[in-house]
Design a binder for this molecule. Sequence first.
Ligand code: FES
Length: 316
Amino acid sequence: MASPRIIMKLTVTAARKEPGDVLVIDLKHPRKPVLPAFEAGSHVDVHLPEGKVRQYSLCGDPTELGRYTIAVKRENDGRGGSAWIHETIAVGSTLPVSAPRNHFALKPGEGPTLLLAGGIGITPILAMARALARQAKPFELHYFTRGRALTPLLEVIEDDLPGGNVRIHFDDEPQTRQNIAALLANRSDDAQTYYCGPPGFMAVVGRAAQHWPEGTVHFETFQPPEFDGAPPEPFVIELAEGRVVEVSAETTALAALRAAGVPLMASCENGVCGTCECAMLAGQPIHRDAVLSKEARGHRFIPCVSRATGVLKLDL
Ligand code: FES
């Protein structure tokens, strides 16, 4: 995968409104026929005016090498990024977009895959369903939405995915409803599950999947994780060059590093997007993010939320 630090000025080649106040946007390079490759579950950073950066999952087909597709839900009580996109972006617009990165990758396995999406959480899940369908791997996609008239990407799902693998559950159509706990109650051998959606949905699925073995449940969240609430302690960051940066109890590692002149990109500043991720060389981190995998926690660090005990050495 190309470096996410690469920022490309892509052209909007299609923009269509979908139910649920969602704008689906196709992006192509103005000159190059091929974009950096992506895997199912990947997202891109979209760079907006005033230094805002927003993450959107790629919901198109990973084998289509010349086009990225994102779906932007307008969040009227959000931080303004989605509203700006809805009001400003049209066919012919230019959007600065990073190369894709993936914190929500499909793990190879022979067992069945259960894909669960709530609302706009369908975007990474749709790319996963496409990939599994292409590989002829067994999967089921369950899409939970409030109602047919509010459901984005319905036609795309019906047109592109094998019908037998897809179940759509509308809150306002009782005959389609599905109890999530019942769905996850019995795990078939080697099954894995992947889920993404709004906070309430994430909590319900998380509880229902508690009895699944470690490493078989994967999710991507839009919300910062909860932590124990213990008051933050000061710690020290040692940079690769040997310089030392003090992080007081009142600030974040990200803010302290920036104040010391270390240029770091950031977006959510909530530990959910991974934009500020950096390499860790040594130390005892206190991870408080929602993006790093268990394996990555041994050598990566998210300075907008995570802290440490004592001295933490970063490769910066
Ligand atoms: S800025 Fe989003 S995880 Fe740090």
